[in-house]
Design a protein around this ligand. Structure first.
Ligand code: IPD
Ligand code: CA
Ligand code: CA
Ligand code: CA
Length: 254
């Protein structure tokens, strides 16, 4: 795969310290609105600029696509980066936000890392080599009873412009499972499935940079990554990630 996971981890952890320095000084954090629900702070911009410059210097052969700066020309092989996933949470001083970095080589995801600086949790996976949290192998949960499961989501379901009534989907799942969680970072949600902390995650209206790294980590941890019909693959606009054991029980509710 011609990258060093240790070098990339060092770069991402350094990006995390840039974010943390802003996180510790929220009173002076500049926050702007890209849309009614999408914030961007100077921390998002600074982290992305650092990752673009440093990864570009270490690995000039790859392009770069970041949420805040867009796509570089070469996109056959590229870094796919969300500099801060969970910006709203970050701006409020909450701990569930993350830096998400994926590497796609000729349309194949080969590496993904999600780092939560405020929790100091670093998740990563290389295709075919398993998933890790802080250097230890991780695996999805063994929960096979829907009634005992805990499911994470994001609240796109409350957005009226969505074609199908997502709130009904949320209610169907909440009625038959034990717990719902909304952590505020889709990239983290996927890692929590990989680590067995939640049993499944679903959301609509995401983007590839939200989910690319976390989806590879979840898959390498033994999870399933599909759309709401069970079609395998990463569908950011309609993503369902499970521990595998619950997939068939969840699909009829989606
Ligand atoms: C957001 C987070 C959140 C999800 C939103 C995303 P951002 O990413 O992933 O969990 O529900 O749809 O936009 O904007 O903070 O990078
Ligand atoms: Ca955003
Ligand atoms: Ca995001
Ligand atoms: Ca973001």
């Amino acid at each position: 795969m011609n990258i060093s996971t240790a070098v990339v981890e060092k770069v991402i952890r350094e990006a995390g310290s840039i974010a943390m320095s802003q996180f510790k000084d929220l009173a002076n954090l500049e926050v702007n609105k890209k849309s009614s629900r999408d914030l961007v702070t100077e921390a998002d911009v600074a982290v992305e600029a650092y990752l673009k410059e440093t990864l570009g210097r270490e690995y000039p052969q790859f392009g770069f696509w970041g949420e805040e700066s867009g796509q570089s020309a070469d996109q056959t092989s590229r870094w796919i980066v969300d500099p801060i996933d969970g910006t709203h949470s970050f701006s409020k001083g909450q701990y569930f936000w993350s830096i998400s970095v994926a590497l796609e080589i000729e349309q194949e995801l080969v590496f993904g890392a999600v780092y939560a600086p405020a929790l100091d949790d670093y998740y990563y996976a290389e295709k075919g080599k398993g998933a890790y949290k802080n250097g230890r192998p991780i695996h999805v949960s063994k929960e096979d009873q829907l009634a005992d499961s805990m499911v994470a989501t994001g609240f796109a379901c409350l957005r009226s412009y969505l074609k199908d009534n997502n709130l009904m989907r949320f209610n169907r799942i909440a009625e038959v499972t034990t717990g719902q969680r909304r952590f505020g970072s889709a990239a983290m949600d996927l890692c929590l499935v990989a680590d067995g902390q939640v049993d499944a995650f679903w959301e609509q209206e995401l983007n590839l940079y939200d989910v690319a790294a976390g989806a590879l980590i979840a898959k390498e941890a033994g999870g399933t990554v599909t759309d709401f019909k069970g079609q395998e693959g990463i569908f950011p606009k309609q993503i369902l990630v499970t521990n595998g054991l619950l997939l068939d029980q969840l699909l009829p509710l989606m």
